[in-house]
Write a protein that binds this ligand. Sequence first.
Ligand SMILES: NC(=O)c1ccc[n+]([C@@H]2O[C@H](COP(=O)([O-])OP(=O)(O)OC[C@H]3O[C@@H](n4cnc5c(N)ncnc54)[C@H](O)[C@@H]3O)[C@@H](O)[C@H]2O)c1
Length: 348
Amino acid sequence: MTSAPSPLALVPFVSVENMMKLVHHIGLEKFLTDLTDRIEVDYWRWQDFDKTARIASHSKEGVIELMPTSDGEVYGFKYVNGHPKNTRSGLQTVTAFGLLADVNNGYPVLLSEMTLLTALRTAAASAMAARHLAPDHATTMAMIGNGAQSEFQTLAMKAVIGIQTVRLYDTDSKATEKCARNLAGHGLQVISCSSPEEAIQGAEIITTCTADKQYATILTDNMVGSGVHINAIGGDCPGKTELHRDILMRSDIFVEYAPQTRVEGEIQQLDTDHPVTELWQVVTGEKPGRTNPRQITLFDSVGFAIEDFSALCYVRDQLKSTGYFQDLDMLADPDDPRDLFGMLHRAR
Ligand SMILES: NC(=O)c1ccc[n+]([C@@H]2O[C@H](COP(=O)([O-])OP(=O)(O)OC[C@H]3O[C@@H](n4cnc5c(N)ncnc54)[C@H](O)[C@@H]3O)[C@@H](O)[C@H]2O)c1
């Protein structure tokens, strides 16, 4: 006879359904703002974390990655994929899940969906970067690539930076229609554009968030005027970039973790010693962010493990008060810890 699992066997699990309930309970824009602040707090204590470039398994169609880190008390990792052709067969480009564990005993303390949470944390990390790098009082953003991440990116820039207008462009007009429909009623002026040139008109922030497994040129040098902040999200794998190299040469470049970004980011197109600033140095005041209104700043985002760690910790902190989780019977818990076999044997 099998008995009910003991409390030691149980790990809180946040399903997609519960993540959606949690986001609505907190409010999407508040969730994005809280997450931005939470990531920034962890960037402040950058030195506390184990840092390693993510471990990527590349294939012809995409990549599967593991993203681990630890602050010495809590360990976390995310599993995430990137498969640009997936949407053609009804699958998403990016899916993810993640886990937190207690460093002292190695026991998992949270398992969570992270497909939604990745979109939220990526948008929050972009907003945090923009807080330090975008021109003061920016009100207009161009959003190039109107897929799964795009509404999250837009609403984080609204909530954190205060943008009032978004100019949308995607090679697939259906994606733009979807994005415009989803953003209606969120207090933004939404303008659908038919070319990237049109989309960037008047934009102080240009976000590129496209998916294609190639060296793409979403923006060319002549399109980018002085003073803008470029938030480049989609170039995040070897051989997968979005910006023409000449733009990089005119920009001050900010990255999450240089050893990872030099392999995966826009800067894979540059010499390996090209100067870049890690964002935590700007957050802590060690290095300047934007220093003048004519400067082109570029956040060469690829996504870093500490941002996922921050997001998972934020979610974990909300669970007790909201109850939006289930207990999963995930850890074997024999009465005698050394009698794992006996537990199996008695369950026949
Ligand atoms: N930096 C990060 O932390 C991070 C996190 C998540 C996703 N990403 C990356 O962001 C990208 C977008 O992710 P998603 O989930 O929104 O993907 P998605 O497939 O849902 O959307 C991508 C959109 O880009 C459009 N597109 C492709 N080529 C284009 C072009 N040349 N010009 C304009 N639009 C173009 C497609 O039509 C599609 O609508 C992916 O490359 C993904 O790997 C990065």
